[in-house]
Ligand binder design. Structure first.
Ligand SMILES: Cc1cc2nc3c(=O)[nH]c(=O)nc-3n(C[C@H](O)[C@H](O)[C@H](O)COP(=O)(O)O)c2cc1C
Length: 327
């Protein structure tokens, strides 16, 4: 039975990306379907109050499940059925056909977010391929012209992020800046994934611990400056834009699109470094919308994209293969 066999693929499905690597998805195996929902403790109410990134992450998980299942020869489909009150994104059900995808489980396993240096941005053909993926669902992928101009917006967004104690406390709760952290191998953002040296990780830990005292003395500005300018590390900035009238259900659908775009980039030897702060902050989201001539609520995801100079560290997952969390 395809649904039962699907259960064994959990560790591969869990390689899906999620904001802050919270892995918010929860699967509930029922006799004739698998319910895809989410765990409130693994959402980001401060950093993601609208739930946009939660829904994108759920969609990315669904797409990952479908790719992994298809690669294993299982026939699954997704039936979207978003209901916030029931914390439900939809259902994975048996299908008469295998899911039609150009991607495979090996690509799911080797794709990763890359926050380091890029030697080049995507060729126009790759941007066109990513755009074609989004267009198939009524959206588009656009490269920001003269992305260097975004540096000022990024600085403003970082400053605003670090000025909000709730956002900083939440970020801190998902940071894993030392291998002795009990959840270092389970979830969150590790020092290695963030590309921090031992000294930088220690300094960040100390600064965040002192945040309540140092915040009025200008720590947010200092933290924003310390994050540096990711745009100086190369690549181009791509924006995923949803159709007019984008709503919660569209976010889940576009999480699937986002996963397909990232796998398209990965297949071309490229990687993405999301810069969500640009659209999490109202002022910079509006500025980016004006720059692109698009209503700001249609901006779903922003990332620096390019050809990595070196490998990125693999991120942790809560599910190591024991089936835990995969009811
Ligand atoms: C919707 C979404 C938003 C994200 N936003 C950011 C971001 O703003 N900055 C960042 O460095 N990574 C961001 N990420 C990347 C996640 O941190 C990353 O997927 C997670 O840590 C797992 O790592 P992996 O992608 O290498 O598997 C985002 C991912 C998703 C799915």
């Amino acid at each position: 039975m395809d649904l039962a066999a699907f259960r064994a693929l959990a560790p591969l499905c869990w390689r899906a990306p999620s904001a802050h690597n919270t892995q918010p998805w929860r699967l509930d195996h029922q006799p004739d379907a698998v319910r895809v929902g989410w765990e409130p403790a693994h959402t980001l109410p401060a950093a993601d109050p609208s739930g946009r990134d939660l829904r994108l992450s759920l969609g990315a998980f669904v797409e990952t499940c479908l790719v992994v299942a298809a690669d294993a020869g299982l026939r699954l489909r997704f039936v979207a059925d978003h209901c916030a009150a029931d914390r439900r994104a939809g259902w994975l059900r048996a299908s008469p056909h295998r899911y039609d995808t150009p991607f495979d489980a090996a690509q799911v396993l080797t794709r990763r977010t890359h926050r380091g240096r890029f030697s080049a941005g995507p060729d126009p053909e790759v941007v066109a391929a990513a755009d074609a993926v989004a267009r198939a669902s009524g959206g588009t992928v656009r490269a920001v012209p003269e992305a260097g101009r975004l540096a000022r917006l990024l600085r403003a967004a970082d400053r605003q992020t670090y000025a909000d104690p709730a956002v900083v406390a939440e970020l801190r709760s998902w940071l894993r800046l030392t291998p002795t952290h009990p959840d270092y191998h389970a979830d969150g953002l590790t020092d290695r994934c963030l590309g921090l040296s031992g000294r930088e990780a220690t300094a960040l830990r100390a600064a965040l611990a002192a945040y309540p005292v140092l915040r009025p003395l200008g720590l947010p500005r200092l933290l924003a400056a310390a994050s540096g300018n990711p745009l100086a590390r190369g690549g181009a900035v791509l924006v995923l834009i949803g159709p007019p009238g984008t709503d919660d259900a569209t976010h889940v659908e576009f999480g699937r699109v986002l996963a397909r775009v990232w796998l398209t980039l990965h297949a071309a030897g490229l990687a993405a470094h999301p810069l969500s702060q640009l659209i999490d902050t109202a002022a910079t989201r509006d500025a980016l919308g004006s720059l692109l001539g698009v209503a700001s609520e249609r901006l779903l995801h922003v990332a620096r994209v390019g050809r990595p100079v070196g490998p990125a560290a693999p991120s942790a997952r809560r599910l190591g293969g024991s089936g835990q969390g995969f009811r």
